[in-house]
Design a protein around this ligand. Structure first.
Ligand SMILES: [Cu+2]
Ligand SMILES: [Zn+2]
Length: 200
């Protein structure tokens, strides 16, 4: 187990001004917020930070087009996704069941993360997949932001863990997810992908 002193140094707020890494900046900012579900606030070095993970998304040409932070929030996972340089519009985004992003088609990421063998689509009877997320709206500037709490996922151990077995990946699609068509909401091509990895 890592020493608490190390954890305190790693998340020292004074580092915020010097970091140039957007994932790290978002993570540090997020960890600085009080998390309602936590019984104790994160006070380095006295209490441990919540479990966290990150994904850096690359498109089919290998260009970096976004990043996501995953924070354990009680029995759920809070997800904060930012994309840049993406074609505008509403786009499907899901957690897929294999932590492997082989360009250009990203088929290596497999199907949607679905440990409970449900049907696809948020709000659909018989659904959703644990990896189903709302669509992200990408503005004309090519930027988009999504925040969502995945209630059927965890960063802890178990069948719903995003960090177990073959791992998982966050995948952005070309089109919107209709939230009713199996298996992928008719969201078309996989345009970007990032393996979800533990942040520390
Ligand atoms: Cu997908
Ligand atoms: Zn799905």
């Amino acid at each position: 187990m890592d020493g608490d002193a190390d954890a305190g140094a790693e998340y020292n707020p004074r580092m915020r001004a010097t970091t140039a890494d957007p994932v790290r900046a978002v993570l540090i900012a997020a960890l600085s917020l009080p998390l309602a579900a936590c019984s104790l606030p994160y006070v380095p070095p006295f209490t441990a930070p919540p479990l966290s993970a990150v994904a850096r998304l690359s498109d089919s040409a290998g260009r970096a087009v976004g990043s996501a932070v995953f924070l354990q929030d009680g029995g759920s996972v809070r997800i904060l996704l930012d994309v840049v340089g993406v074609a505008p519009g509403s786009k499907g985004v899901h957690i897929h069941e294999v932590g492997q992003c082989d360009a250009p088609a990203f088929e290596s990421a497999g199907a949607h993360f679905n440990p409970d063998k449900k049907q696809h689509g948020i709000g659909r009877s018989g659904g959703p997949h644990a990896g189903d997320l709302p669509n992200i709206l990408v503005e004309a500037t090519g930027k988009g932001h999504l925040e969502f709490t995945a209630k059927r996922a965890t960063l802890e151990k178990g069948a719903h863990s995003l960090l177990g077995g073959k791992g998982t990946a966050l995948v952005l699609h070309a089109d919107a997810d209709d939230m009713r068509t199996d298996p992928d909401g008719n969201s078309q091509d996989r345009v970007a992908c990032g393996v979800i990895v533990r942040a520390r």
